[in-house]
Design a protein around this ligand. Sequence first.
Ligand code: S3P
Length: 442
Amino acid sequence: MTDQSPSPRSFSAAAPLQGRIAIPGDKSISHRALMLSALAVGTSRVTGLLEGHDVLATAAAMRAMGAGIERRDGGEWVIDGVGVGGLLQPRAALDMGNSGTSTRLLMGLVASHPITATFVGDASLSGRPMGRVIDPLSAMGADITASPGGRLPLMVRGLAPAIPLSYRLPVASAQVKSAVLLAGLNTPGITEVIEPVPTRDHSERMLKGFGADLSVEADAGGTRHIRIRGEAELAPQTIVVPGDPSSAAFFIVAALIVPGSEVTIANVGLNPTRAGLVEVLKAMGGDIELIDARTVGGEPVADLRVRHSALKGIDVDPAVAPSMIDEFPILFVAAALAEGRTTTTGLDELRVKESDRLAVMATGLKAIGARVAESEDGLVIDGTGGNLLPGGAGIADHLDHRICMSFAIAGLASKAPVTIDDMAPVATSFPGFEALLESLRR
Ligand code: S3P
């Protein structure tokens, strides 16, 4: 997973992007589909699964803990579950690669099973904080030994039966919420997560879909109380994974900033807890049309028709951050091409993603000639008003797929080439990204 030789690529001002594309399956939903199928009693089938390295790391880990997971010709995945409580002791360390979602959610699963698992990952993942899941999972009885700073490599010794918990999230994090709910699946009684700021709700939707006894209640202030009854029996499902809005994001912005473009992106997931970018770009004047809004696999989906637009800078309300948390790098690129100033705040979480995305985006955008100021929790960007950026710089990948893709798109609106030192990280979430981009340039 990590031993490929670097594959640098240059991107520069492009002819209009034209055509219709379909983007790969949603990463968050794909992880959960594999995990819950692996815990159901019987055989589940998943189509549209994202076959990126992150999701394949989850598949390998669930196999190592006893599930049967096979890819059939034609792309259907068939999963034989072990039943909640039935996970087996893995015989080797679980290699999480670059994937924070795999790590945090699987730590939750292991925490309430009578097994011990060691989690390892690449240099990026090994620098990311795991204390946010170690705290609640330890309170449920898991014995967790982490590297200094609460980081990987770490070992989780699960406890069964675990102790049910009522946990108020100290950070807006769907991964932490999901880790606790997944631990709750094999815990007697009711496990509760209290969520003051809503985050992506794929775990809640899918747990219900698999038949778990899960309720969500919002109090007067909007705080959500999510309760799951443990020792659940999950029934196998047939799941269709919608396209990933976080992957669509790169093509939405590409079409908006490359003059003359018109691109239709099919089958984009538009769960309201994920759709913040589309709203923000529309507020900036982006011409984004939703076509054939429908439901796929219990999630709202539409095709998006996006046309080149004269974008205007705005103040982005920090309240939308959780619904577009992975889309800020590419929003910053859109802002660099907009007319006027875009201000973002409340984005401290971006500093602990696959890279410090505030620092890395600020440095890279400045290197290609954008006007950017970095604050503690956001960026202020003065755009070109649609003129090309100077470009002509090299960008370090920082083992961060979204950094690579964001600067590839920035290159399409730059005079001189923008060179990404290694595009390999893109395979974690978006295999085929470059080929898809190429297909729109013909
Ligand atoms: C994810 C939650 C988010 C997001 C990540 C996927 C998930 O992380 O950034 O890419 O699938 O639950 P946080 O929970 O750390 O915000």
